[in-house]
Design a protein around this ligand. Structure first.
Ligand code: COI
Length: 352
């Protein structure tokens, strides 16, 4: 007997689905989703359902107080007959840390894997198979109880939805330096994947987009001096041929792709440094040529070259090269994720 239920309509939803040529990132939705509910201290049996609308009380804490944490991870099937998950256990642990920070019930590892594997298995026939493409899995957990009292919900729902995707951005976009607003401060929730962090970043990202850039570059909340991260991505600079990334300062999200690059880069001959990175110093190093390249990374973005950093007055600091070191790292990372090269860290797991 399966460990979860399968709702009527799942087979029909899967049979009706065809994978379009153009995928984008999040534009195409997989036809099934997983759901499990928590009440009175217990997780109920999960269920695989056709993808569709869900009911939420207007007064629920997820809507009123953003009681919501999520993850993003990928299943790959490039040149493979079965899907492979990349570092899914790390996503599970981070989701557990996110839930703990928001005092929500932790999704047990068995349930987390049940959900992501149920969706991955069902979607396996249409996981796109070109390099850089994948099935993006979006597990999330939210508080379903209505009420304005400032305490956690007493009921929760864990869900997994998915999207066949290609990479988040193309080319080498420019990034808007955000010198006024802040994404997260020490002691806040910046280190966990809470939707509220993304809500806080949306205005700056929308303004960045309207100005022709991709996302915002965030600075620390205390001095507005040190680089933290981009909206939804971690940040790297190549300085004197070595990799530099902001150290985890108690407000930055510890990206799993960030960590993967820090481990892979030395194997490609790059020294890596995690340290406080003052923005103005970096802009000087771009000007002098010591900083030769910038890039961002994340599950969605993979390794994304950055064309330049734009000040609010549109003065733009462009490093001499784009997508040289980034391309080497992206190739090396994708080769492990897509199982074209050995996986020295044991990051990849086949979904049976
Ligand atoms: C991810 O990379 O998984 C994220 O959650 C970032 C988001 C901008 C898509």
């Amino acid at each position: 007997m399966s460990a979860y239920d399968i709702a009527p309509g799942v087979d029909a939803a899967l049979a009706a689905f065809t994978l379009p040529e153009k995928l984008g990132f999040g534009a195409v939705t997989a036809p099934v989703m997983f759901s499990a509910e928590w009440e009175e201290g217990t997780w109920r049996r999960g269920i695989l359902l056709p993808y569709g609308r869900i009911e939420v009380w207007p007064g629920s804490r997820v809507l009123q107080y953003a009681e919501l944490v999520f993850e993003g991870l990928k299943a790959y099937k490039v040149g493979q007959s079965r899907a492979n998950l990349f570092r899914a256990q790390d996503n599970c642990r981070r989701m557990q840390r996110s839930a703990e920070r928001l005092a929500m019930p932790v999704v047990p590892e068995t349930l987390f894997f049940q959900g992501i594997k149920a969706v991955t298995r069902a979607c396996a026939p249409f996981i796109p198979a070109r390099s850089g493409q994948s099935l993006y899995l979006r597990p999330f957990l939210y508080g379903t109880e209505s009420g304005y009292l400032l305490r956690n919900s007493k009921s929760f729902r864990f869900m997994v939805i998915a999207n066949p995707v290609e990479s988040y951005a193309t080319g080498a976009p420019t990034v808007a330096i955000e010198r006024q607003e802040v994404r997260a401060a020490q002691g806040g929730i910046g280190t966990v994947k809470a939707s509220a962090n993304y809500a806080a970043s949306l205005r700056a990202s929308s303004r960045a987009l309207a100005r022709g850039h991709t996302v915002a570059l965030w600075l620390d909340a205390t001095e507005h001096r040190y680089i933290q991260e981009l909206s939804g991505m971690n940040f790297f600079a190549v300085i004197d041929g070595e990799l530099h990334t902001p150290e985890l300062d108690g407000a930055i999200l510890p990206g799993i792709t960030r960590d993967s690059l820090l481990k892979l880069a030395p194997r490609l001959g790059y020294a890596v440094h995690e340290r406080p990175m003052a923005l103005d110093e970096l802009l000087g190093q771009i000007g002098s040529g010591r900083c030769s390249e910038l890039f961002a990374c994340g599950t969605a973005a993979i390794v994304m070259p950055i064309g330049g950093l734009a000040e609010p007055d549109e003065r733009t600091f462009r490093p001499a090269q784009t997508d040289q070191v980034a391309a080497r790292l992206r190739t090396a990372l994708l080769a492990v994720q897509e199982r074209r090269e050995p996986d020295p860290f044991g990051w990849v797991r086949e979904v049976a």
